[in-house]
Design a protein around this ligand. Sequence first.
Ligand code: E4P
Length: 229
Amino acid sequence: IKIYADGADKVGILDLYAKPYIQGLTTNPTLMRKAGVKDYEAFARDVLKTVTTKPLSLEVLSDDFAEMRRQAEKLAGWGRNVFVKIPITNSRGESSVPLIRDLAAAGVQLNVTALLTLEQVRAVVGALNPEIASVVSIFAGRVADAGEDPVPVMREALTILRSQPKSELLWASVREVYNLIQAESCGCHIITVTHDILAKADKMLGMDLAALSLDTVRMFSRDAAEAGY
Ligand code: E4P
């Protein structure tokens, strides 16, 4: 599985870009807002001065399909490693599939984003260009938030995507370190992980569970003592 870093904090992006185990980067408007990005173009172009050899996904912002197309073409022009993120619908719930079909036919590298259902995967797969690399991002964490197991969804999505050999399935909206294990075991091509969960994975992955249990007990004991209980 390829691990991408999901975030919009420039220092974090550049730090993770330099790490060999990070094979790409993703961002989205919510992450940019949280990171305090004021000027999207300035931010993206600045990041792209350093991020030149690994894929970087940048999302269109408009709700209007004609404007989304213009933005997609503009974003694609900022770097050969840019993947343009197109949400599966606009915020009125209208399907982006016709736009995805046109952009894919024009050779734009796409990351189709915010998918939660297999029906959406089926609609997208027919619109992609078999000659052009693309990414299909299923928000597995949001599927799990809704009380459904994302693993069978991802497995079935992989089967559907077999007809598009240049398309990769991305496990998005990671909630915990264990999602890395799940995504790998179900055969996802990519997982994008927020900077904080990457740091947690670095520290915790493979940790001895008895030692972790002892840390937990010590935390309770320290907090009780510090609170004066
Ligand atoms: C993926 O590319 C998205 O930016 C991200 O994983 C979304 O995660 P969320 O569901 O936590 O918003």
